[in-house]
Design a binder for this molecule. Structure first.
Ligand code: FCB
Length: 441
């Protein structure tokens, strides 16, 4: 593996609802993912995050696994319903105590904590009041951010406000495949604005509490037109607009792309909002999994595009295409397109699900994951060499975990979890990555 710059930050990522379990402990309130996963037919085989990886009780063992891997950072998320069970009103100190213990436990092991404030587990009472369709949720989010900052800001330097607002809007509110399960199609657009507004206020709240590095994490994808036809080119541009630019232009340039007039013309965006959203960030988090091929939609389609297959490349167990060079393409493309307004970048998620099995000797030979990570790290290095300012890379994920609507059917971990007894077993990819990181020192 080629050498990355000195001080490059290596890490692993997880998210609260996907690993913590303990959903009724120490005063945690219900989240939209509790409700959704307990609704019949919503998740694979009715799987829920009730127990997940039981990380709430086993965090110390998991922190040891992170330390032994040799990474310098751990990106986890804080469950809003633990900290503020109703999403408004009283703060639950016991919920904050958990993250307090975790942060201290990471620091004594020499691991920098990188908390994400919101990875999709909205307190259910806020959803009942309109969820992210309501501007009020953005205000509540800012208050919650301040409460967490008050408690952890003396030890946490780097913060992530939101995880993948585009996926939360699309899957949660436009298509209904994730919590809260609303299928509003284009009427879900205000969800983008309210999340971004909450992000901007949270950046300010965290800065006031001593944060030195604050970022948003966006899911970004290079968009490939399915053909040279004018219709497919237009459809690809529209998809790029919804997926990438809708969430980058406002935070980096303080403006919405022209197609988002539905937001600006309907009063959803108020005077001053874009200044809040464009509050300068110190870095930008990018999650990359695969490129997206897009074609024009048939006339009767409710959306102006359809995604089509990327053929002739390997696929992950999830069926996602494996295109390592898409990461280089994405990063050099952002570097060119956003030029002087692009802050330093962290890759805050990248990884794949594989169909792992435990061999008779106890080993998990996840060679597909090794190939995936190896290819993506090389592509990332090419982007660094091309002059893109990239400061770190986090693997998704430390542990096999609750993969949202796919439940426990998709295994993304460097560490295997046996859900019957919660045993953790490092996979071959874990040992491979540890060796790669040793070579970087
Ligand atoms: C991302 C999510 C993360 C995980 C990976 C596979 O979109 O942020 O929680 O589910 O996909």
């Amino acid at each position: 593996m080629p050498k990355f710059p000195p001080n490059f930050l290596w890490g692993v990522s997880t998210a609260s609802y996907q690993i913590e379990g303990a959903v009724q402990e120490d005063g945690r309130g219900p989240s939209i993912w509790d409700t959704f996963s307990h609704t019949p037919g919503r998740t694979h085989e009715g799987d829920t995050g009730d127990v997940a990886c039981d990380h709430y009780h086993r965090w110390a063992q998991d922190a040891d696994l992170i330390a032994d891997l040799g990474v310098g950072a751990y990106r986890f998320s804080i469950a809003w319903p633990r900290v503020q069970p109703a999403g408004t009103g009283p703060i639950n100190d016991k919920g904050l105590d958990f993250y307090d213990r975790l942060v201290d436990g990471l620091l004594v092991r020499g691991i920098a904590p990188v908390p994400t404030l919101y990875h999709w587990d909205l307190p259910q009472p806020l959803e009942d009041a309109g969820g992210w369709l309501s501007r009020d949720t953005a205000e509540r989010f800012a208050e919650y951010a301040a409460a967490v900052g008050d408690r952890l800001g003396d030890r946490v330097r780097r913060w992530i406000t939101l995880n993948e607002p585009v996926v939360h809007m699309a899957e949660g509110y436009a298509f209904g495949t994730h919590a809260p399960g609303r299928a509003l199609l284009l009427d879900a657009l205000p969800v983008a604005h309210h999340q971004l507004l909450g992000h901007g206020w949270a950046v300010r709240a965290l800065r006031e509490r001593g944060a030195t590095e604050v970022m948003i994490t966006n899911n970004c994808t290079p968009v490939w037109p399915a053909s040279d036809s004018a219709d497919d080119q237009v459809a690809a541009a529209v998809y790029d607009g919804f997926h990438n630019r809708l969430f980058l232009d406002p935070v980096l340039r303080g403006e919405y792309p022209p197609f988002a007039a539905a937001l600006t013309d309907t009063g959803v965006v108020r005077d001053g909002d874009l200044d809040v959203i464009a509050t300068p960030m110190d870095a930008l988090g990018i999650n990359y999994y695969h490129p997206t091929r897009v074609a024009a939609a048939p006339d009767d389609s409710p959306l102006p595009f359809v995604t089509t297959d990327i053929a002739d490349v390997p696929r992950t167990a999830f069926g996602w295409p494996v295109v390592p060079d898409g990461l280089r393409e994405l990063l050099t493309g952002l570097h060119e397109h956003y030029a002087d307004v692009l802050p330093p970048i962290y890759i805050t998620e990248n990884g794949c699900s594989t169909s792992d099995s435990i061999d008779a000797d106890g080993r998990i030979r996840d060679t597909d994951r090794i190939d995936y990570l190896d290819g993506h790290l090389r592509a990332l290095h090419e982007a660094v060499s091309a002059g893109v300012d990239i400061r770190g890379y986090f693997v998704w994920s430390l542990l096999d975990n609750f993969e949202w609507a796919e439940g426990y059917s998709q295994r993304f971990g460097l560490v295997h979890v046996d859900y019957a007894n919660q045993q953790r077993t490092a996979k071959d990819s874990y040992d491979w990555l540890r060796a790669v990181l040793a070579g970087q020192r």
